[in-house]
Ligand binder design. Structure first.
Ligand SMILES: Cc1cc2nc3c(=O)[nH]c(=O)nc-3n(C[C@H](O)[C@H](O)[C@H](O)COP(=O)(O)OP(=O)(O)OC[C@H]3O[C@@H](n4cnc5c(N)ncnc54)[C@H](O)[C@@H]3O)c2cc1C
Length: 423
C-alpha cells in the first residue's frame, strides 16, 4: 500500500516545493521590480513622446549622448566619434580636473589606449613610464616587474596628473567635427515606455534643456546620481585614501609603483610627473582623522612616517607640514546592471574596485573597446529593437573580456603567482 502511494507523495511533494519556490522567487522579483521602480522615479523622468517628437533641443540627429567626460566619457566620445557617430557629451565641468584618482594606468590600459588610438594622450603631460611595483614590508623590499618582454618597448604603465590626461582626451574628442562637448549638469534620464530617450540637463548658464538620442551612455563616475535606475548599486567603502604630493624626492625604485604593506593598512607611492610623487595613505573605515584639529597631521607623522623608506621620509614630513591633504573614499561595487533599452552604464558609474588594484581606468577603457566593436556593424542606432539586443549582449560580452582582462592586468601588474621574496 505504502509503495502504491509513493509516486503520489513524491508528486505532491514536488508540486508543493515548486509552489513554494515559485512564490519565493516571484516575491523576490516583485521586490526587485518595486526597488527598480522607486529608483527610477528618483533619477528618471517620464516623457510623452512619439518617435517623431524625439528631438534634441539644440543638437539635431545625435546618435549617442554621453553623460560625463572623465576617463570613460572622454575616451568613449572620441572612440564613437571616430567611428562616425554623432556624439553629444554633457560634462559638469570642462575645466582641467584636479583630483587624486586615476593617476596610474596599468600596461593593460595602455594597450587599450593604443587599440583606441588614444596613446598620444599620455604624451606632452610629463607622464612617467611605470615598469612594475616595489613592495615594502618590515624594512625589507622586493621588486615585481611587469612581464612586458613580448610587447613593444613603449608598452608600460603610465603615471600622470589625472586632469592632464583627461584634458588631452577631451581635446582630442572635441577636435572631431561630429563630437559636441557641452558644459552642463545632467539632472535626469528621460524615459518613454521603459526606453531611455535622452536626458534633461542644466546648461552652464542655468537653462534647463532636454536632449534626445537613441543611446544614452552614463559615465558620471563613482558618485553617480543616475546609475540607480540602470543598476542595483551595492557600494562598499572599506577605507579612505589620504593623498599628498611629495616634492624633491627620489623613490627607492625609479619608475615603479611603491606599495608599503604598513600597519594598519597600505601606503602607495608613484611618480605623477618628473618632479612629483603621489602618496596615498589608506585609512581603514569611512572616517579619516580630522584635518582641522591637527589629528590627521599627528596620525601621518606618528603612525605612517616611521614605516616609510628613508629615501622619502623628509619629503613626506614636508608634505604633511604643508598640509595640502586630499581625501577620497575607496569604493567597490560589483556590476549589477538592469539591462535597459536605450541606455548603458560605463566606468565607475557601472562598477568599481579598490583603487589599490589600479585597475579602474583599464576596465573602463577595455569596456569601451568591447562596446565599439559590438556596435560597429549597427550603423543605424535608431533601429531600437536591434540596438536593445546589442546592449544586452554588451553586459555578457564584457564579463568574459573582463575576466581575461583582469588576468592580463594582474599578470602585467605582476600580481599573479608570485612567491614574493623580500630582501
Ligand atoms: C583614490 C583613488 C585612486 C585611484 N587610482 C587609480 C589608479 O591609479 N589607476 C586606475 O586605473 N584607477 C584608479 N582609480 C579609479 C579611477 O579613478 C576610476 O576608475 C576612473 O576615474 C573612472 O572613470 P569615470 O570616467 O567613470 O569617472 P570620472 O573620471 O570620475 O569621470 C566622471 C565625470 O562625470 C562628470 N559628471 C558627474 N556627474 C555629472 C552629471 N550629473 N552631469 C554631467 N557630468 C557629470 C564629472 O564631472 C566627471 O568629469 C582610483 C580611484 C580612487 C578613488
Amino acid at each position: 500500500m505504502a509503495d502504491q502511494c509513493m509516486p503520489g507523495w513524491i508528486l505532491a511533494t514536488l508540486f508543493g516545493l515548486s509552489a513554494i519556490y515559485y512564490l519565493v522567487i516571484k516575491k523576490k522579483e516583485q521586490r526587485a521590480n518595486k526597488d527598480l521602480l522607486e529608483a527610477r522615479s528618483e533619477s528618471v523622468n517620464s516623457i510623452a513622446t512619439t518617435s517623431g517628437e524625439c528631438r534634441s533641443s539644440n543638437v539635431s540627429d545625435v546618435d549617442v549622448i554621453i553623460v560625463g567626460a572623465g576617463v570613460a566619457g572622454a575616451a568613449l566620445a572620441h572612440t564613437l566619434g571616430k567611428d562616425g557617430r554623432q556624439v553629444h557629451v554633457i560634462e559638469r565641468d570642462l575645466t582641467e580636473p584636479d583630483r587624486i584618482v586615476g593617476e596610474l594606468l596599468q600596461p593593460g590600459g595602455y594597450l587599450k589606449l593604443i587599440e583606441l588610438g588614444l596613446e598620444d594622450c599620455v604624451e606632452k603631460i610629463d607622464a612617467q613610464k611605470v615598469f612594475g611595483y616595489a613592495l615594502f614590508k618590515d624594512g625589507k623590499h622586493t621588486r615585481l616587474s611587469y612581464s612586458l618582454e613580448k610587447f613593444h618597448s613603449d608598452v608600460a604603465g603610465r603615471s600622470f596628473h589625472n586632469g592632464r590626461f583627461i584634458q588631452r582626451m577631451r581635446d582630442k574628442a572635441g577636435s572631431l567635427p561630429n563630437v559636441q562637448l557641452e558644459q552642463g549638469t545632467v539632472i535626469s534620464l528621460l524615459e518613454d515606455k521603459g526606453t531611455i530617450r535622452g536626458v534633461q540637463y542644466k546648461t552652464k548658464d542655468g537653462q534647463e534643456l532636454k536632449a534626445f538620442a537613441p543611446l544614452t551612455i552614463v559615465c558620471d563616475g563613482c558618485f553617480s546620481n543616475l546609475r540607480r535606475s540602470l543598476c542595483n548599486p551595492k557600494v562598499d567603502v572599506p577605507s579612505c585614501f589620504v593623498g599628498m604630493v611629495l616634492e624633491n624626492c627620489q623613490l627607492p625604485c625609479a619608475n615603479h609603483g611603491h606599495v608599503i604593506l604598513g600597519d594598519p593598512s597600505p601606503i602607495l607611492m608613484y611618480p605623477i610627473s618628473s618632479t612629483e610623487v603621489r602618496c596615498l595613505v589608506d585609512v581603514p573605515g569611512q572616517k579619516v582623522p580630522s584635518i582641522s584639529s591637527g589629528e590627521m597631521a599627528k596620525y601621518l607623522k606618528t603612525v605612517v612616517a616611521p614605516q616609510l623608506p628613508p629615501e622619502v621620509y623628509d619629503a613626506f614630513l614636508a608634505a604633511v607640514d604643508k598640509g595640502n591633504f586630499r581625501t577620497m573614499p575607496n569604493r567597490s561595487m560589483p556590476a549589477a546592471p538592469y539591462p535597459t533599452p536605450g541606455a548603458l552604464l560605463m566606468g565607475d558609474a557601472f562598477n568599481m574596485r579598490h583603487p589599490l588594484t589600479g585597475g579602474g581606468m583599464t576596465v573602463a577603457l577595455s569596456d569601451i573597446v568591447v562596446l565599439r566593436n559590438l556596435l560597429r556593424p549597427l550603423r543605424n542606432l535608431n533601429d531600437a529593437p536591434t540596438l536593445c539586443k546589442y546592449l544586452e549582449s554588451f553586459y555578457t560580452l564584457r564579463k568574459v573580456i573582463c575576466i581575461s582582462g583582469v588576468m592580463l592586468v594582474c599578470s602585467l601588474a605582476g600580481f599573479v603567482d608570485v612567491g614574493i621574496p623580500f630582501e
